[in-house]
Design a protein around this ligand. Sequence first.
Ligand SMILES: O=P(O)(O)OC[C@H]1O[C@H](O)[C@H](O)[C@@H](O)[C@@H]1O
Length: 430
Amino acid sequence: MIKTDVDGARQFIDDEEYTKTYEMAENAFRQVEQASGPGNNWLGWRRILKEPNDAELERIERHAAEIRKNADIFIICGIGGSYTGAKAIIESLTSGFEGSGLEILYAGHHMGGRYLHDLMEYLKSPREDGEPKRVYLNVISKSGSTLETALAFRTIRAWMHEEYGDEAKNRIVATTGESGGVLNNIIEEEGYAKYVIPGDIGGRFSVLTPVGLLPVAVAGIDIQTLYYGAVAEYELTESDPGKILEYATIRYILHKNGYALDVIGSFEPEMMGFAAWTQQLLGESEGKEGKGLFPATASYSTDLHSIGQMIQQGQRNMLETLFVIEKPISDLKITSMSDNTDELGYLEGKTFHEINHSAQEGTVQAHLEGGVPVIRVILEKLNAQQIGRFIYFYELMTAVYVYMLDVNPFNQPGVENYKQAMYRLLGKKD
Ligand SMILES: O=P(O)(O)OC[C@H]1O[C@H](O)[C@H](O)[C@@H](O)[C@@H]1O
């Protein structure tokens, strides 16, 4: 179960307003449950947990094991919902310092030429033993036409075909919509392996489809445990959505009362990928029709030394969401020393977890005193099961809360505007 601690936000909310608004949250949940709200053909993220596709999970596991055996580098080529979730899971559950074994790299998430140039140089450079690097590529795009992803894919696959010849087609895997889109034409022509993103699941809700599951399995994470964690949270919240409704109610009231920003962060750097994932999930879902809380992110305690000042004493229009991990991720202790020149002797014997926890508690106290409502979303442990639960928890909370705003959570019409202007400048026909 994902737990929440909303005491730090409730003190900013009137009881009567809370009770009245909670009924709205119940109605919004019913809209999700009965598929009766706007965008009701985009609820596949619930369907896949109600009826898990074990055959697909097994296919992904088999394929990932083969890639892990043969690859030096696995490139995740996608943007937005087509990479944020996989990146968040991988960063939360694997160490960044493995140093050997399979390396996971990212492409197609921006159009910086230097990054892609340097990535290509790195791919082309030999391994330490002088052998060429064995590169695998997973291009992920629901529409199959997103420019950032398509350009990086063109660059990398052209090189892979040159480098590996016919073998390239066994090293390139495509994850896209069932049909249509340029990517499907390429897959057909080249014979790449394909995974389908179901038509009723939008990008930012797609992490528990092959979009996220294949890269995560390639990273060595147990996707069965992850997936069934989400299933367990789905089942729990179907019969008891109380925590979700409480959270959505509070967010709705704060929004209505003029709050403009939700600063989403964690004292665990491992959770910052999820701050980015949540940022897209909430931002593209609620930021329409002049509504929505801007989802900002803050990484603690790092950012206490920069925007912490603003959170404490800037304009009073922000709430804060903290992702908390209850059980220590590490038991690393403060180093004992014979002298106390650095004056840190008073911390000897304590773990970093204890100190980080005190920093968190102190920050929450200070922010509450400074007038910032704080919501804590709590995972018991940092493991695949809890991460699966966390993903569904946020997907459902987002849908419920955005229905309360009387907004369709599942489209993103505003994203098209920059694309049209950009394509005009680039001289794209039609
Ligand atoms: O998977 P794709 O079709 O390439 O889309 C990738 C991303 O870009 C779009 O512009 C949307 O704003 C996002 O919601 C989406 O996740």
